[in-house]
Design a protein around this ligand. Structure first.
Ligand code: MTE
Length: 337
């Protein structure tokens, strides 16, 4: 997103997962409402369910994560739908500018990030502010698997099985005051472990900041993720805690969160601040509103390469219109992109 001209490297075959790996992963999206169907799922053994993602490299999960995995509500998968993106693509084709501007930089550099111990501050317009050790922050919530499309503003997309819990549950717990209208999120700032924050070339004014309107944040589709593919988050995907808002462009899904603030005014966010004509606060996936430099009508679904670009039509709100369109009734989505 920092580069003014789309890079050839964004679509070379070198980054494409071999077809046999792609075809071996036939786990499917059960539809736009898939994420909401999890409540009906039986609790299954964590080991049995994690083995669904045989291509996922085992992680080094902290104890609290392994404990919670046993009670996870796994999502139903059906034979109709969209293939889950291979783990290799989801963990080696990333945007995480704290670790460099190229798609391979986060996987190459993010091992320098230490995620234990980790604490999260909740503050601002809340009745119950606090600083929590991550394991205490996560403790009250049951993990759920949510298989969501991820659509980047750069016009590539993936399908990812996240493990997390509804953001709404956290917000209810901290008791927003009547003044709270937005939620502001902040990523760790630690130039020692994040080379992108040390770089003289980075245009970003660190830390990375994102925000949602409070009613958007309360929508059941919005989750805080601690895992993916039946294991903990890889560092390059935003360990140990990231936001996932599947109806918005990927840049809204802020990684490695250390602060969640309830605020009265719309927060200044990273990409909107950098290029307000290109990246709006709402950033809802919208095939009818093009980016000034490229179309948003179509997307490249990974794995994608020169001879098999795997291009598909982009859906309004990334296919989640039934769940979220009512949040924007009366709002001009051309102006509020
Ligand atoms: N969060 C932080 N802190 N820094 C980033 O550079 N990139 C965003 C988002 N969250 C980013 C971030 C962008 S542009 C995208 S598309 C998604 O993360 C990519 O998530 P993924 O690498 O897990 O696919």
């Amino acid at each position: 997103m920092l580069i003014k001209i789309p890079r050839k490297s964004d679509c070379t075959s070198a980054q494409v997962t071999p077809e046999h790996l792609y075809l071996s992963r036939r786990h499917m999206l059960s539809g736009a409402l898939a994420g909401l169907a999890v409540a009906a799922m039986p609790r299954l053994g964590a080991a049995a369910e994690a083995s669904r993602y045989a291509d996922a490299e085992p992680g080094k999960a902290p104890g609290w994560f392994s404990d919670k995995l046993g009670a996870t509500r796994w999502q139903a998968v059906t034979a109709q739908g969209e293939a889950i993106t291979p783990f290799k693509d989801a963990t080696h084709y990333n945007n995480f500018y704290e670790f460099g501007p190229d798609k391979g930089d986060p996987a190459a550099n993010a091992s320098s990030l230490s995620t234990e111990p980790w604490s999260v501050v909740v503050d601002g317009e809340v009745g119950k502010p606090g600083r929590y050790a991550l394991e205490d922050f996560v403790k009250p919530y049951q993990l759920e698997e949510r298989i969501y499309r991820l659509r980047c503003v750069e016009a590539w997309s993936m399908v990812i099985p996240w493990l997390g819990f509804p953001l709404a549950e956290v917000l209810k717990q901290v008791e927003p005051t009547s003044k709270a209208r937005y939620v502001r999120f902040e990523t760790l700032q630690d130039p020692k472990s994040m080379p992108g924050q040390r770089s003289g070339f980075a245009l970003i004014d660190w830390p990375y900041v994102e925000g949602l309107r409070l009613d958007e944040a309360m929508n059941p589709l919005a989750i805080l993720a601690v895992g993916m593919y039946g294991r903990e988050l890889a560092n390059q995907n935003g360990a140990p805690l990231r936001l996932v808002v599947p109806w918005k462009y990927g840049f809204k899904s802020i990684k490695s969160i250390v602060r969640i603030s309830l605020v009265a005014e719309q927060p200044a966010t990273t990409w909107q601040g950098l290029a307000p004509d290109e990246y709006g606060f709402y950033a809802n996936v919208n095939p009818t509103v093009d980016h000034p430099r490229w179309t948003q009508a179509r997307e490249r679904r990974l794995p994608s390469g020169l001879f098999s670009p795997n291009v598909r039509e982009t859906q309004m709100f990334n296919g989640y219109a039934d769940e979220v369109a009512s949040l924007y009734s009366g709002l001009d989505l051309r102006k509020n992109y």
